[in-house]
Design a protein around this ligand. Structure first.
Ligand code: CA
Ligand code: CA
Length: 587
């Protein structure tokens, strides 16, 4: 939106060109993205703002009015292969942009639900997504819609036509790389991680010029690999990640060390840092790689201009349970003894919730956010886990047959106390709303060796429910005390994102198909609507023509039906789908 102050400085030629193209169709700017959380007429970033708080200041839909909320349109993604729809929509100038399973993108008239265009990436045979053919959303910049594909490319489409403007290969899909996260745009650069930690890839974060796709920098997330920066077309070395090759790895294992930053990142302008989490070290069998295995299962603070690692915090050193440390790190401020603390919080797959100082990565506090944690008895003063050694799956090379180590029961399961599904933070209640799951697994280790493009685990597993009546638990957590303020229990595991609003509401979907609206202070269910298939997407809200809208994708799938073991059997009656639902209050 052009403000009065800005209009004054427009030159005549700029004014004419703006009049010609039409202000309503102006492209997305860095300022639009930086201000996204507070500008309610659009949603131009994953997380409703680069901090990823998933908080909206809108309050027309609130605990009193939400009962009147009803669907105004639904849009089918079509296609015979309906799979998990984990996308978060973006909205700009009355157009909604979503991604769908199998690397598809759609532009939809946000007033009517009419399709404006659809783009299908032609995926090659042999893509290797570990955990369903999902995508979590697009990025908008200038007149481009940019997203990552299952064959590890970035594709930029014209926002009005859906035609390809530029396309870049990020990594080699034949080695196991793919992209499923929504990229983010920071200061004109489109920044993406990669998936593939189950195939012994080397995790990397890469930044490209968003307008033309030219590579700006590359930062490997496994200790020992060289980073690069491109200046005037020249590739320059930009420091080895961690200083020296593989200090916390035995032998050459760092060369196929995993640590995939597969869930993308957040950004905080206040400290000018990107925050990316990294996945498991490869392989899963931890006895093959004694050491802390930097920078796996960690949060990394990265300089957005050159890709240098400014600080790192490892949640699970020497991981032996596939406790990927990718979960979003959400910057937030709080007051303590009259002082503002620049904090950031994350709920890890390993079952612990961490509050860090986002300026330097110092551990402030941590506490369990699930009921059962078997592998550690707690955290020390620096946030390092206190391991319970007997609960680590044993070394198979020491077994009688040399083929299978002892089976241990580990909680949480490898799908995590919390997986990819993003939590939300409300500045009104000062609470985090965390979608969590109570489940455990039988896990054992086996021998394995790295082979390009093959699964590199060295482990077997079966996930099991802990309780008969629920797995999913949405929790309201006070980050200052670790106190659980309320919980909402769900029969199926939760796998979708959370949204909170100034209307004192928390929205979330469940695999049973319901969009739920809960009282942010008490957890009381205030709204329920069944969308016809399981919800594993993340809801958004925005304002159009003076009315508040809410949208969410519906379409059951993701990792649970594929990897859930006994739990997958428990939810196998849930039907697949693929649609966007949009709601508002009646006039
Ligand atoms: Ca906005
Ligand atoms: Ca993993």
């Amino acid at each position: 939106m052009i403000t009065a102050g800005k209009t004054k400085v427009l030159s005549l030629s700029m004014a004419i060109s703006l009049a010609f193209t039409g202000l309503a169709n102006a492209g997305v700017t860095n300022k639009d993205i930086a201000n996204d959380q507070m500008t309610t007429e659009d949603v131009v970033s994953y997380g409703l703002g680069l901090r990823g708080q998933r908080y909206s200041p809108l309050d027309k839909i609130n605990i009193d009015t939400v009962k009147e909320m009803r669907p105004v349109w639904a849009f089918s993604l079509g296609g015979e292969k309906q799979r998990g729809q984990e996308s978060q929509p973006l909205v700009k100038d009355g157009v909604m942009y979503i991604s769908g399973s199998y690397s598809r993108v759609y532009a939809i008239d946000a007033n009517t639900g009419d399709e404006l265009w659809q783009y299908d990436a032609r995926l090659p045979d042999g893509i290797m997504p570990c955990c369903d053919v999902i995508n979590r959303g697009v990025a908008l910049y200038d007149n481009l819609v940019i997203f990552g594909t299952l064959d590890a490319k970035l594709v930029a489409l014209n926002k009005d036509t859906g035609k390809v403007v530029w396309k870049k290969k990020v990594e080699d899909y034949k080695a196991g790389y793919s992209i499923t996260a929504a990229p983010i745009v920071v200061k004109g650069k489109i920044i993406t991680g990669v998936s593939g930690g189950e195939f012994g890839i080397v995790g990397k974060v890469r930044a490209y010029d968003a307008k033309n796709g030219k590579l700006v920098w590359e930062r490997p997330t496994v200790e020992g690999h060289m980073g690069y920066i491109w200046k005037k077309g020249k590739k320059l070395e930009n420091g080895i990640s961690g200083g020296k090759p593989g200090q916390t790895w035995p032998g050459d294992l760092w060369k196929s060390g995993g640590a995939a930053p597969w869930l993308g990142g957040t950004y905080d302008a206040d400290v000018d840092l990107l925050f990316f989490g990294t996945g498991n070290p490869a392989p899963w069998n931890s006895h093959l790689r004694p050491g802390d295995n930097y920078f796996s299962a960690s949060r990394l603070a990265i300089n957005p201009d050159n890709g240098k690692i400014v600080w790192h915090f490892q949640t699970t050193p020497h991981d032996g349970w596939d406790y990927d440390g990718v979960n979003e790190l959400i910057p937030f401020d709080y007051k303590e003894k009259g002082k503002t603390i620049k904090a950031a919080a994350t709920a890890d797959r390993n079952g612990f919730f961490y509050v860090l100082n986002r300026e330097n990565g110092d551990f402030i506090r941590g506490f369990p956010f699930v009921d059962k944690i078997s592998w550690a008895s707690g955290l020390d003063k620096k946030g390092r886990p206190l391991f319970i050694d007997s609960n680590r799956p044993s070394d198979p090379s020491k077994a009688k047959d040399g083929k299978k180590g002892s089976t241990v029961v580990a909680a949480p399961s490898f799908l995590g106390g919390k997986n990819w599904m993003p939590m939300a933070y409300s500045k009104d209640t000062e609470l985090f709303y965390v979608p969590s799951n109570e489940w455990q697994m039988d896990i054992w280790n086996e021998p394995t060796a790295y082979k390009k493009g093959a699964a590199y685990l060295g482990a077997g597993f079966t996930i099991k429910a802990i309780n008969d009546d629920y797995i999913g638990v949405l929790k309201a957590i006070d980050p200052k005390t670790g106190k659980e303020v309320w919980r909402y229990k769900n029969y199926s595991p939760l796998w979708g994102g959370v949204l909170t609003t100034a209307g004192n509401l928390v929205f979330m979907g469940n695999p049973e198909g319901y969009l739920l609206g809960l009282d942010a202070k008490t957890g009381e269910v205030k709204y329920k609507f069944n969308t016809g298939s399981g919800i594993v997407g993340s809801p958004i809200t925005w304002e159009m023509n003076g009315e508040q809208y809410l949208s969410v994708l519906s379409g059951w799938g993701g990792a649970v039906p594929l990897w859930g073991g006994d739990v997958a059997k428990r939810v196998k009656h849930l039907n697949q789908g693929g649609s966007v639902w949009t709601f508002k209050l009646p006039k």
